[in-house]
Write a protein that binds this ligand. Structure first.
Ligand SMILES: [Zn+2]
Length: 304
């Protein structure tokens, strides 16, 4: 048993409370490799921002749980070396699908876990979340749950269709499950293809797709029902078009890849949204950097 506190990590409680008060959101970056982790820590120190480093089940299998624990400890020490006196770094399990996986992560240094029971019937989602909450809270680890279904593919998590979160369920769900934050579905989705061209309009000047707006009405209704309760946006990469253009220019094929516009993410973060998940954008940045002929393949991306 290794507590995250021994590794110098923090949990999300104080971080989220401050973010809600301040009207901003904490970035949660997925990572699989050393280079991604270095970029995340560098950027968080440069911007003086707290940060959530998160891994999916697949990433954890890839990186190895033991190595990952020391990488997280290394991230804290690296942030100090870069000049950050008190690093605010969280190691979070993204889309945990069983109690056993969540328990294993808590036992091995994670300071936050998500249990995703969103594909289960409502009552089963509550029961599974509650079981994880009981174990996690005994170790001072907060739990993120999910209500509503996001479309798209993320590692081993995939769904063909999205189902918006029903605001009338959020009070009952959060009270009975005891979860500390809630991932909701309001129009974001996993992957670099968040929208089909049919769902979008096209900018006549640039020819680029313009995605439909997020369902802010649902977000505001949820916020009214759960004042001050931390809300999480998954599938919120903005899919920077300059990265997509670079990839396409050097042989990639990502036609019409489009993400969530940054102004909408800023708008959402002024509300109870206090964690924004980003995975595709880091992958696009790494892919674009490694396709550029002038940059060696082994270099760290300049930005994430
Ligand atoms: Zn997700």
């Amino acid at each position: 048993m290794t507590s995250y506190k021994e590794l110098g990590l923090v949990n999300t409680r104080a971080m989220f409370a401050k973010a809600i008060k301040g009207g901003y959101a904490i970035p949660a970056f997925n990572f699989n490799t050393l280079e991604q982790m270095q970029a995340i820590v560098q950027a968080s120190v440069e911007t003086k921002s707290p940060v959530i480093m998160q891994v999916s089940k697949g990433a954890r299998n890839y990186a190895n749980g033991t190595i990952l624990r020391y990488m997280a400890q290394g991230a804290v020490e690296y942030a100090k070396e870069l000049g950050c006196e008190h690093p605010q770094i969280v190691l979070h399990l993204d889309h945990g699908d069983t109690f056993e996986l969540c328990k294993d992560c808590i036992d091995h240094g994670f300071s936050s876990v998500m249990i995703d029971g969103s594909s289960l019937p409502y009552e089963e989602n509550i029961a599974l979340t509650k079981k994880v909450v009981e174990y996690a809270h005994a170790h001072d680890v907060p739990v993120e749950a999910e209500l509503g279904v996001l479309a798209g593919v993320e590692d081993e998590v995939s769904a063909a269709e999205s189902h918006y979160t029903k605001p009338e369920e959020v009070i009952d769900f959060s009270t009975r499950s005891g979860c500390d934050s809630l991932a909701i579905s309001i129009g974001t989705s996993h992957g670099a293809y968040k929208f089909t061209p049919e769902q979008c309009t096209r900018d006549p000047k640039t020819g680029r797709l313009v995605p439909p707006p997020l369902a802010f009405d649902i977000l505001h209704e949820i916020e009214k029902k759960l004042p001050g309760f931390p809300i999480v946006l998954h599938g919120a990469s903005s899919v920077p078009q300059e990265e997509v253009d670079t990839i396409n220019k050097y042989g990639g094929k990502l036609p019409d890849a489009v993400g969530i516009p940054e102004d909408q993410l800023r708008e959402a973060s002024k509300s109870a949204v206090c964690k924004i998940n980003i995975d595709s954008d880091s992958r696009l940045a790494m892919t674009a950097a490694s396709t550029l002929p002038s940059i060696p393949v082994t270099s760290t991306p300049a930005s994430i």
